[in-house]
Unconditional design. Sequence first.
Length: 243
Amino acid sequence: MSTSKIKDSKFQIILNQFNLISEVAMTQLHILHKLLEMTLDYKETKEEIDNNEMIIDRIELKMREEIAYTILMFAPKAEDLRRIISYQDITTNLERVGDLVLNCIEDLDGIDLDRNDTRIYQPLLFHMMDDVIEMVQSAIHSFSVVDVNLAQKVILSDDNVDDQMRNTIHILSENYANKVLSQQEISEMLLIQSIVRDLERCGDAATNIAESTIYLVNGRSVRHPLAMAAEKEDEAKEHPNKN
C-alpha cells in the first residue's frame, strides 16, 4: 500500500473514531435527560451507562495513538495538521463531557425528585439540560460540516447556560436559608448544586469544541481574546500600512 493510501486510511480511522465518540457522548446526555424526567431507571440503565463510559475512554486513548502516529509518520501540511489538532482537542472535550455527565447521573440517583421541596428544581434542570444538549450537538455539527457561524452561535449561548447555573444556585440558597436542614436535605442541596455546575462545564466543553471549528478554518485560537488583541496590536505597530 502506498504512503498516500496509508495516510488516507489513518485519516479515515480518526474520522470514524470522532463520529463514534460523538455519538456515544450524545447518548449519555440523552440518558441523563431521561433519568431526569424519570422515564428511565438508574439501576436498569447502569450497565449501559458504564459501557458507554468505557467506550468513550477507549476511543479517546485510540485517538491519541492514531493522531500521534499520523503526525510522526506523515508530517502533515498546515491544513491537515490543524484538522488533526482539532480532532485531538474535540476528543478531549467529548471525553470530558462523558465524565461530567457520568457525575450528573450518579448525583441524580441521590435525589428524590418526588418530594415537593426537590421537585421544584426539576424544570430548572430540564431547561439547562436541553440547552446543554443543543450546545454539544451544535458544536459537534459545526465541526463536522465546518460551519463557523454555527460555532459562533454555540460560543454566544454559553453565557445563557452560565446564567442558568447561577440562577439555580441562587434559588437553592434562598430556599434553604435560615432553615434547620435534615441530612437528606443537605445532601440533595449539594447534589443539585453539583449537577448544575457539571452541566455548566459541559457547556464550556461544547464552547471549546466550537472554538476548534473556528481554529480549523482560521488557524487561530479564539480562547484567549486578550492575547489575540495584543497580538493584533503588535502586528499593527510592526506593519502600520498593512490593510
